[in-house]
Design a protein around this ligand. Structure first.
Ligand SMILES: NC(=O)c1ccc[n+]([C@@H]2O[C@H](COP(=O)([O-])OP(=O)(O)OC[C@H]3O[C@@H](n4cnc5c(N)ncnc54)[C@H](OP(=O)(O)O)[C@@H]3O)[C@@H](O)[C@H]2O)c1
Length: 323
């Protein structure tokens, strides 16, 4: 099978596509023919050695895939060859086949395209986890989403809207803001040109209830200051680079809450909880409560270019690799 291989941490143009032996499933394991693998911002950081997780090199990047079961190991009764499944595999996804524990697989309903399913896992699970497990959102509450045209951002807009909230999307470019409006955002802030705190307070009639922040950096403090009484500020990530330092009195004021979100860490601590989360997500997509946009598709050979584009901030929405 073909696989994207990171032989050593470094520039993304050092990634190569190599021929590798097909995996043979051991006890409790399943091999999946990968139909599509979602590409996330963190994949590029991992390959550059700039992420907290540093796998032993050489390794195959790619954390989320959807496809069909092609082989099952001894002791696996729950899955059969041909089943449509998705899995958060951590590594190994940018390849023709991936092996994963049978317990980690989730069925993909017929109504959901496999490329769509692959694109959903990290972004939508993180946001469903954030807005239903780490905090809550009541109907008609205001949710401010930073980086609203990115993978996490668009998922935040969709999930918050599905929960009945009104969303203010903040992003850098008109195409990203348009994508967020198409996803259901009620209002927008072009945060490179407009005053984020002032506009968010104006648009929400006094302050937002929840902030979803996958960007960090200089937008974090004004976003926290834009929250009203009992506001919740969800720390998702730092795509802009700098980890913000926030005056802690701003948390005391208005009885605000800082909500840390580490969906990836939680999946290891509570795999069954994560499985239930993914099943809930599949149900919400299948019955139309969530409306993820179709991802762009690229061949495996373009893995490095796609990861570069995410790091360069030039991607609106999601991209999947198709082996
Ligand atoms: N906590 C968790 O459990 C969890 C789970 C998944 C991902 N994450 C994190 O969430 C963050 C976003 O992931 P994603 O998949 O949504 O990424 P993405 O699709 O690349 O979107 C990130 C957005 O951040 C904004 N941004 C601002 N400055 C940037 C810069 N200098 N470089 C790149 N982007 C910049 C961009 O929006 P504008 O151009 O509009 O500013 C971009 O669209 C990452 O840090 C990731 O590690 C956390």
């Amino acid at each position: 099978m073909h696989a994207v291989v990171c032989n050593e941490f470094g520039p993304l143009d050092t990634l190569v596509v190599e021929e590798r032996p097909a995996p043979v499933p051991g006890e409790g394991m399943v091999v999946i023919d990968v139909a599509a693998a979602g590409v996330n911002f963190v994949d590029g950081l991992i390959c550059q050695g700039r992420y907290q997780l540093k796998p032993t090199t050489p390794f195959v990047p790619g954390s989320e895939v959807a496809g069909t079961v092609s082989a099952v190991g001894p002791g696996v009764d729950a899955w059969s060859v041909g089943d449509r499944v998705l899995v958060f595999c951590g590594f190994g996804g940018f390849a023709g086949q991936v092996m994963a524990p049978a317990l980690s697989l989730v069925a993909v309903p017929d109504a959901i395209d496999l490329a769509q399913a692959a694109a959903l896992i990290q972004s939508y699970c993180t946001m469903l986890f954030t807005l239903t497990r780490r905090t809550s959102v009541a109907p008609d509450e205001w949710v401010l989403v930073l980086g609203a045209g990115g993978g996490i951002g668009l998922a935040a807009v969709d999930v918050a809207t599905a929960l009945g909230a009104r969303v203010i999307a903040a992003a850098s470019t008109p195409d990203k803001l348009e994508a967020a409006v198409a996803m259901g955002a009620a209002a927008t802030i072009a945060y490179e040109h407009e005053d984020l705190k002032t506009r968010a307070r104006e648009l929400s009639g006094g302050g937002v209830d929840v902030v979803v922040d996958p960007v960090g950096g200089r937008h974090a403090e004004p976003a926290l200051r834009a929250t009203r009484h009992l506001g919740r500020y969800c720390v998702i990530g730092f795509a802009s680079g700098p980890i913000p330092s926030i005056p802690i009195n701003q948390v005391l004021l208005n009885n605000r809450t800082l909500v840390g979100v580490d969906w990836g860490g939680w999946t290891f601590k509570d795999p069954l909880g994560n499985r239930a989360l993914i099943e809930e997500l599949m149900g919400m997509v299948a019955d139309g409560r969530l409306h993820p946009t179709a991802p762009a598709t690229r061949p495996l050979a373009e893995a490095a270019a796609v990861m570069e584009a995410l790091i360069d901030r030039s991607v609106a929405g999601k991209v999947v690799l198709v082996p």
